[in-house]
Design a protein around this ligand. Structure first.
Ligand SMILES: O=C(O)CCC(=O)C(=O)O
Ligand SMILES: [Fe+2]
Length: 318
């Protein structure tokens, strides 16, 4: 496997990190899959209801050379995750959902020329965040958790939590994201916006298999004043044309300068306060949707299959 050769032979400052979501597609992957069970606590998997083809990518085999890592992010669609380390050592930092984005990203603490690699976050930014925490008059406020993970250990990342990882040695790990009865509310709110068609199908399946969850989804929608709006292609085109035209423009130029945020999924109305995805969340979600894997890139994330671009707000939609 060339990924493993790269793991051993590379000398890069910030090595490629491989997130393989299609590892189950060949015989070796199938054997790997059958060699482990999903840990007992994480067996709820409500996205399974929409079927293997429709659901977003959800499990990865990770090959992380020493010094590679995952930048600080929140996992997509408010899903939770488990991550089991097979070999090597991983250093984690986590912050609860209440921690302000700017502070945990250390935006004000970056110095000119500093890159957005995970290794830079851990070696330069994080120590400054800690110093700031220690200087706060009432004590630390960010709720930071630091964890070292060793082979055989599984870490649970609750939905909505910020987390970053640095591989201190060459590592191999398996990770899986999931929606459960516990995180259902938040996952539903994200999914109905970001994956509208999938959400509708999901609700249909919930109604059959977990009717109380189907009803809960409707109750959440009612409380938020949310309604699904599905437009046909013609209506979408008309809407897009309307949006591109300048309000006072009498010239009927048809060349669209841009309709920056038009997404085939963006037509829902909602008053939900939790409806907007953070950049990183959206970035991760979109990145994870991308097929096929394995894809690898360095930690600044531009082409990384699972790590968000530094500020990468990316469009979602199914
Ligand atoms: O690099 C890691 O092990 C963490 C991966 C991660 O956070 C993710 O897959 O969302
Ligand atoms: Fe993650």
């Amino acid at each position: 496997m060339c990924a493993l050769r790269y793991l051993v032979e590379n000398r890069d400052d910030s090595p490629l990190y491989i997130f393989d979501s299609s590892f189950d597609e060949d015989g070796v992957g199938q054997r790997m899959l059958s060699s482990f069970d999903v840990p007992f606590y994480f067996r709820d998997d409500l996205f399974a209801l929409v079927g293997e083809k429709r659901r977003p990518p959800y499990r990865w085999f990770l090959v992380g050379p020493e010094r590679s890592g995952s930048n600080l992010h929140i996992d997509p669609l408010a899903t939770s995750a488990w991550n089991t380390l097979l070999t090597g050592v991983k250093r984690w930092v986590l912050f609860p959902p209440s921690a302000p984005r700017k502070e945990v990203k250390g935006e004000a603490l970056r110095r000119p020329g500093e890159d957005f690699e995970a290794v830079t976050y851990f070696s330069r930014i994080l120590p400054r965040i800690k110093e700031d925490e220690m200087r706060k008059p009432g004590g630390p406020t960010l709720g930071m958790r630091e964890v070292m993970q060793y082979p055989g250990e599984t870490i649970f990342v609750p939905g909505g939590w910020w987390h970053a990882v640095l591989n201190l040695e060459d590592t191999m790990a398996v990770t899986q994201n999931f929606a459960s009865r516990v995180n259902f509310h938040e996952v539903w709110r994200k999914t109905r916006l970001a994956r509208k068609h999938m959400a509708r199908r999901w609700m249909q399946q919930l109604d059959v298999q977990f009717p109380f969850l189907g009803q809960e989804a409707r109750a959440i929608d009612r409380a938020d004043g949310f309604e699904f709006v599905f437009r046909n292609k013609k209506a979408k085109r008309a809407e897009k044309a309307g949006r591109t035209r300048r309000p006072d423009s009498s010239s009927s130029s048809s060349s669209s300068s841009s309709s920056s945020s038009s997404s085939s999924e963006s037509s829902s109305s909602s008053s939900s306060s939790s409806s907007s995805e953070s950049d990183s969340d959206a970035g991760m979600a979109a990145a994870r949707k991308r097929k096929p894997l394995p894809v690898a890139a360095n930690g600044n994330g531009a082409a990384h299959a699972k790590v968000p671009a530094a500020n990468g707000a990316m469009e979602l939609g199914d």
